[in-house]
Design a protein around this ligand. Sequence first.
Ligand code: ADP
Ligand code: MG
Length: 257
Amino acid sequence: MPLLDFQKVERRFPVKRSFGDLLVNRKPVYLHAVRGVDLAVRQGEILGIVGESGCGKSTLARIGIGLQPSDGGRVLFDGHPLEGPDREGRLQMVFQDPYSSLNPRMTIGAQLEEVVARYRPQMPRGDRQAEVQRILAEVSLVPETALKFPHALSGGQRQRVSIGRALCADPQVLIADEPVSALDASVQAQIINLLKGLNRDKGLTIIFISHDMNVVRYLCDRVAVMYLGEIVELQECTSLFATPQHPYTQALIDAVP
Ligand code: ADP
Ligand code: MG
């Protein structure tokens, strides 16, 4: 059984139109961002989702962690339908810009402790600080990081913090939405290797969203190719690059420098 199972997932957004346009046609016009996506994510894999900007990757990711409802279809986690954000923190997400999920007015230690407290209430209060330190070490950050505020960190350190923050919930699935797209190449490689290690050592299931085929090729076990809201192809990573089936996949591979 797949760990996370998207079944015929749909999402439309109403298109904003001018007054004149509305006079001519009163019916709402929709942009179909996600079209009937079927995707079965296996326990313990790193699944890549690639496709150009605007093809619906982030919308699919938000639906996948229950952050946003779908207009059709459903998502099953461990066989049970997701209804709204997961209260147990089993699905966590990190974003391209780590600022978007970090509180600028709280120390790193305090915000990580807060996540431990929220999702693991059974842990005694006195153990939280040690748990945060264990997680900081897991994402290769020095212990003093706990005392700092987000602005005092580099982009790469902030992304390590947001991965650590997700780990504080002890998740089973991590969805990383373009987590390295805003980072320098050398820092990108470090974060990619961090994710690879978390998958290898903890068996963390990772959905890795990217438009960078080189990164996907290095990191992922399987790759889904998304185009105009649809998944047009899904293959083992090595066979996708060796024998792409869809012309769009071929175009993505051909465009790699
Ligand atoms: P990607 O992550 O692949 O770049 P997105 O999922 O962000 O794609 O967006 C898919 C499409 O849906 C885009 O055309 C985008 O403009 C549109 N879209 C996304 N979120 C919204 C929203 N909240 N309101 C209206 N349109 C949206
Ligand atoms: Mg996106």
